[in-house]
Design a protein around this ligand. Sequence first.
Ligand code: ZN
Length: 505
Amino acid sequence: MLDALRDRLAEVADLGHAAAVLEWDQETFMPPGGAEGRGRQIATLRRIAHERFTDPAVGEWLAAARPETDLDRALVRVTRRDWDRATLLPARLVSEKAEASARAMEAWKAARETDAFALFAPHLAYVLALAREEADLVRPLVAAERGPGYAPSAADARYDALLDEYEPGASTASVAETFRQLREGLVPLVAAAAEAPAPDDSFLRVPFDADAQWAFGLDVAERLGYSLDHGRQDRSAHPFTTSFGTTDVRVTTRVDPAFFPTAFFSTVHEAGHGIYEQGFAPGLEGTPLADGASLGVHESQSRLYENLVARGGPFWTWAYPRLQARFPHLADVPRRAFVRAVNRVEPSLIRVEADELTYHLHVLLRFELERALLSGDLPVADLPGAWRDGMRDLLGVAPNTDADGCLQDVHWSLGAVGYFPTYTLGTLMSVQLWNAADRDLGGLDALLAAGEFGPLLGWLREHVHRWGRAKTADEVLRDATGSGLDAAPWLAYAEAKVKRLYDLS
Ligand code: ZN
């Protein structure tokens, strides 16, 4: 039974990877005229993959499977989970969702361009109605998986069902409590940084040769552990990572020729995702286990490399002379001034441009608002006002337009409710993992300052990467660090960093 199951899963994985190649090309090299045909080709491959996976035979093989190894038990558990969810939703709801989000996305683009929330509002209301319908269908599965102690409020149960898609096992109540602790510690920290004299970052806002930026970023990505024998980097409007199997994992970046951090930190961020995907154990290939344990765990890897490594002083001890060699205008900028500049904390309006600290406040706002939208406590028409109030409360700044406010992110138009929290959950995990690696390896700072990135990579391979989905996010974290998700380590890290870089005490 397991052999038949494995054969079918390999076929489904091949179809998915082939579709991913077409999607990658669509975002990188495809000429504009190819869009229509390409959309059809991708839809065809995805439909065939879905049919092959939801085939009743797969359910029969799963029911009859008698797994004897840990790996096979994980394979059956994860495949069962995916199969239950894939077969649960009626075809009508699946196609209605696809059509509604395609229309909502077009309306969102038009509304954002003209700053006209009213154009988007009815689409958002409909997408939310479908999300509620989906959540109510998925709720019993989530409840069954979590056992008899699971007793959420009705509103939380709905949000749990959507959150579970991206962060399996996470609950609204515990995320809300973690975020409450985060907010309590973070708001005063951001205020303290905002009151201190802002670090000068004018030397980052001058022309940086685009090719030299590209070469520097890719060299760092490779040294950190991203293999170019099994990957490559190209340009795209929005940076992303995609996998055609562990032996071919692609990343993209974008380059701003007049602002250094854009390309460099997005390159390192995506390299972190790519390193994870390249590190799944070979035995997972061709099965649903060859994927991140959760979006949060995936983000923990990108944030660990982006923030803990590449925004840290020790890394620049090694990297800064190399950067100065490529960009001679930095010759007169001391390393400490450079490190302060790339860590500047400043409340701003746009999530994707936010610094390491204020970023979470953007996520907290979205978490609050999307729960209120889903429960109906917040009518769609009131979203723009609630957004401005929330920004004022959390960040002390508020947008003048909805384009810079509630229309800035694509997620809700796609029906992706429950996705935003994973960005912050992953970042909290990144510090927990970092602390454990630091302890196990006897100090990461000295290794990074010497440009020795192998030990950290080896530790992550052993404790995180190789498992893929064979461990749950909670198991990965507990086995690697000894504890479950916790905001305190990140807060301690952020506080120490702000005090050091802003000379506060
Ligand atoms: Zn990411």
